[in-house]
Design a binder for this molecule. Structure first.
Ligand code: FRU
Length: 499
């Protein structure tokens, strides 16, 4: 991999760069791991989802973007849009760092639609000559034509009572008041969340204080990307705490993304959780998720996450000049006090022709003959009572990507040790998830570079990137009496060059 100099990483997009990026995009299109139904960067590196919202009759999604290669560098915002959360269209560059307050990047933030305006609150990451960091919460406004104007003055200046880590504003409205929740680090270097409020997004913002989660003091050494959302009469509070230690099968990623379900009292600056926090995803590659600001679903929220984690690399595509993906959007509901995460309804349209079908263990259709399709949606129901397994991408003497369930331990195991291309192995190659009530169903979305597994109708989700080689071409299923259907997955995400 090419060594990137600091100067190269600090590059900001200029009109003259279009041709270079067009060529980079053409090279990228030849990548065998370019996905078909996941949002991925037009060029360069993407990280967190930003400004996710329903505005002007469409879903709007922005992402953290370094345009010039598969490395973290000067962060811009790029925008994509969709009618249904599954068919995405590239819309182009949304924010580039040009103000003094953002001289080291337009960092993450959120969107709040109001009438003809989509408010975008984000962090201006600034550094002075001595490389001291200052983080400002800034505002930009997008109109119905997609034109974005920045407000030149920060909404919120660095809070002197916290360290330089103060970022990722979640802007939301509640009972006639506007709030911004940010992730921060206190002087003892512990992760906290700070709440600010105002009468209007462009009004005067006051610091209300730390948002305390009852029963907890702090979270790790830093809380990134907080998000708070109402689902029916409950609230969910999501954030990405850094520095939470692995605990048995839990918190296996370098950094993890967790949620609480509970009640929110802005006046008392308190979140009252119904139970301990839990991971949003039990897989290998998931972070910085945010919910869309929307009025489409009253009793549900729509969530999208970054299919990676800070400090992870994906050398095979980084080398080609692009890195990472966004996960499939998930519909979140609270059922019997539990958070359920299902693929959004339009994910049905990813399913193309049926390639394989078995009912109660009898094969009704098989056009695969043991060969792994390039993309697929796999549904498995009524699994065998003793065990069941699904192995993707085996061959060449390797075991591939294995999903298996053991009834005795009630654990579902996802093992990517048997893949030829290994990456980020220091955070483990196996995940184990205890299913209290056993395994009832699996819904697996397989794109060219990732697998997302929805277990028991959204009770647990497991996300994994994978970079299969052509020799890893077999699929194997085991277990008696299962109902299994495999569809070919269709392309839903456009991959044209728009900047
Ligand atoms: C999370 C994060 C955010 C920050 C952004 C910068 O991945 O570190 O806290 O705003 O990425 O790209």
């Amino acid at each position: 991999m090419k060594e990137w100099t600091e100067k190269e990483r600090r590059r900001i997009f200029r009109e003259e760069d279009r041709q270079e990026l067009r060529e980079l995009h053409e090279t990228i299109l030849n990548s065998r791991w370019r996905d078909q139904f996941h949002v991925q960067p037009v060029t360069g590196l993407m990280n967190d989802p930003n400004g996710f919202s329903y505005f002007n009759g469409k879903w709007q999604l922005f992402y953290q973007w370094f345009p010039f290669g598969g490395v973290h560098g000067m962060k811009h915002w790029y925008r994509v849009s969709s009618d249904d959360l599954v068919h995405w269209k590239n819309e182009g560059l949304a924010l580039k760092p040009e103000l003094l307050y953002e001289n080291s990047g337009c960092y993450s933030g959120s969107g709040l639609p109001e009438k003809d305006t989509l408010y975008l609150a984000y962090t201006g990451n600034a550094k002075d000559y001595a490389k001291n960091r200052y983080q400002y919460q800034l505002l930009a406004k997008m109109d119905r034509y997609g034109r974005i104007t920045k407000c030149e003055k920060p909404l919120i200046y660095p809070n002197p009572d916290y360290t330089e880590h103060q970022r990722d504003p979640k802007l939301f409205a509640y009972k006639d008041r506007y709030y911004i929740l940010i992730g921060a680090q206190n002087p003892e270097k512990k992760g906290v969340m700070l709440l600010y409020s105002a009468n209007s997004p462009e009004g005067t913002w006051q610091f209300d204080g730390e948002l305390k989660v009852r029963g907890y003091e702090t979270f790790g050494f830093m809380c990134e990307c907080p998000c708070i959302e109402r689902i029916g009469d409950k609230w969910i509070l999501l954030f990405s705490p850094q520095g939470i230690e692995a605990e048995g099968d839990l918190y296996q990623q370098k950094y993890n993304n967790v949620y609480f379900i509970g009640d929110f009292d802005p006046e008392k600056l308190e979140f009252i959780p119904d139970g301990p926090y839990q991971e949003l995803d039990r897989g290998f590659d998931f972070y910085a998720a945010q919910c869309a600001s929307q009025e489409v679903y009253n009793d549900a929220a729509v969530l999208i996450g970054w299919g990676s984690c800070p400090d992870y690399t994906t050398p095979l595509t980084d080398e080609i000049g692009y890195s990472h993906i966004q996960t499939l959007p998930r519909l979140l509901t609270i059922e019997d006090g539990k958070l359920m995460q299902r693929p959004v309804p339009a994910c049905e349209s990813i399913k193309g022709e049926v390639l394989f079908e078995a009912k109660e263990g009898t094969i009704l259709k098989d056009t695969l003959r043991g060969l792994m399709p390039e993309t697929a949606v796999i549904h498995l129901n009524n699994p065998d009572l003793t065990s069941c397994e699904l192995s993707l991408y085996s061959g060449n003497g390797k075991r591939g990507f294995e999903i298996s369930y053991d009834r005795n331990t009630r654990k579902l195991t996802v093992d990517r040790t048997g893949m030829l291309n290994q990456f980020n192995t220091e955070y483990g190659t196996v995940r184990r998830v205890l299913l209290e009530d056993g395994l009832k169903s699996l819904e697996v979305y397989v794109d060219r570079s990732c697998v997302e597994i929805f277990v028991n109708d959204g009770e647990k989700v497991i996300t994994s990137r994978n970079f299969p080689e052509p020799s890893e071409k077999l699929i194997r299923m085991g277990g008696s009496n299962i109902d299994l259907t495999i569809w070919k997955a269709q392309r839903t995400v456009e991959d044209d060059f728009v900047i």
